[in-house]
Design a protein around this ligand. Structure first.
Ligand code: PAD
Ligand code: ZN
Length: 377
């Protein structure tokens, strides 16, 4: 390192030129980091639903052409002016929810949704309103403040955390989104208590991570709900105790679950992104105290509904972004937890592919055949 500091770097990236088209592997230019920015060499990245969702044109904020990807891990290549606490060579994970430590959200212990760079991040730009990526003379948009589908990326220093250098990049990249989100939904957002009965709707990466959190919290029963029975075997390894396939019943799934649990669940989690299952998850909760957490992201314009009586009689409806973790403080601790073998990551990786096979990874995600596909540069 050192020889590239302050220079434009040429590298490979998967460019999304437009919605609903496969990504194309291109040589791009990555400008040096500006004030309070850091350039990172990405070593491993995984494909998450939000990437696919944006590529499918379902995200109203998606801007093209762009460099997608937000579950990644890598090494600091160089730091911009005024950056503190990072040096070239540090092992890092980009954070799509930053933690500035100063805004009113960061100052509140009640939330993790830092708003410092929310506007520009949503526009696919760096905090100064510009881009660090160009390809064939054209500027490319950033994505979720991370853009990990590029060998080199530039992120804001509040959107990055330093982690234990002994942890494997191809595993800890998963902590950038799905796994941290599900795990935190159970432990932070729901705050599941020991002995409780939980139901998890959707057994993808997020749902499996919720199960891991429920188990850690000491839940007694963890019921997995999925229409794809191939997911059940793996869910058991994470701590799922029972399974229900909604397509096997005449009755609505909430009634099935209420019958199975003598009146309903203490906690339910929606990890699908479907407004119908969000309603079912709420209504499957026990009267008086049941809590339902929405994690799945529904398509633009969708609305949730239920009878107000459901809430009046003591059920609580909540939601979570990144599992409620204050990102910079928490992700390094989750990495340590993985190293201590008290957090599973290896089991989430269904496939490992070279970065240039990224479109194959998207197909595996769409077909339901993969929990996560990890790409290595
Ligand atoms: P995934 O597609 O791997 O898993 C979804 C699972 O749901 C699959 O196993 C499906 O078979 C199952 N499923 C689909 N429809 C139904 C149904 N009607 N009834 C029961 N099961 C069904 O996705 P994932 O685990 O990667 O992500 C899940 C959602 O979480 C998705 O909407 C994603 O965008 C969202 C998410 N949210 C955050 C956040 O911060 N809130 C972070 C990361 C992901
Ligand atoms: Zn903040």
């Amino acid at each position: 390192m050192g020889d590239t500091t302050g220079k434009v770097i040429q590298c490979k990236a998967a460019v999304a030129w437009e919605a609903k088209k496969p990504l194309s592997i291109e040589d791009i230019e990555v400008a040096p980091p500006k004030e309070n920015e850091i350039r990172v060499k990405i070593i491993a990245t995984a494909i998450c639903h939000t990437d696919a969702y944006t590529l499918d044109g379902l995200d109203p904020e998606g801007s093209f052409p762009c460099v997608l990807g937000h579950e990644g891990a890598g090494i600091v290549e160089s730091v911009g002016p005024s950056v503190q606490g990072f040096q070239p060579g540090d092992h890092v994970i980009p954070l799509y929810i930053p933690q500035c430590g100063e805004c009113k959200f960061c100052l509140s212990p009640k939330t993790n949704v830092c708003s410092k760079i929310r506007l520009t991040q949503g526009q696919g730009k760096m905090p100064d309103g510009t881009s660090r990526f160009t390809c064939k003379g054209q500027s490319l948009y950033h994505f979720m403040g991370c853009s990990t589908f590029s060998e080199y990326t530039v992120v804001a220093d509040i959107s990055l955390c330093k982690v234990d250098p002994t942890a494997a990049f191809d595993k800890i990249c998963l902590l950038g989104c799905g796994v941290s989100t599900g795990f935190g939904a159970a432990l932070n957002t729901a705050n599941v208590d020991s002995g409780s009965t939980c139901a998890v709707f959707g057994l993808g990466a997020v749902g499996l991570a919720v199960i891991m959190g429920c188990k850690e919290a000491g839940a007694q029963r963890i019921i997995g709900v999925d229409i794809n029975e191939n997911k059940f075997e793996l869910a058991k390894i994470f701590g799922c105790t029972e399974f229900v396939n909604p397509t096997k019943f005449e009755k609505p799934i909430q009634e099935v679950l209420i019958d199975l649990t003598d009146g309903g669940l203490d906690y339910t989690f929606e990890c699908i992104g479907n407004v119908k299952t969000m309603r079912a998850a709420l209504e499957a909760c026990h009267k008086g105290w049941g809590v339902s957490v929405i994690i799945g992201v529904a398509s633009a314009g969708q609305e949730i509904s239920t009878r107000p009586f459901q809430l009046v009689t003591g059920r609580t409806w909540k939601g979570t972004a990144f599992g409620g973790w204050k990102s910079k403080d928490s992700v390094p601790r989750l990495v340590s937890k993985y190293l201590d073998k008290s957090l599973m990551l290896d089991e989430f990786v269904s496939y490992k592919l070279p970065f240039t096979s990224i479109n194959e990874g998207f197909e595996l995600l769409h077909s339901g055949k993969s929990i996560r596909t990890v790409l290595e540069y």
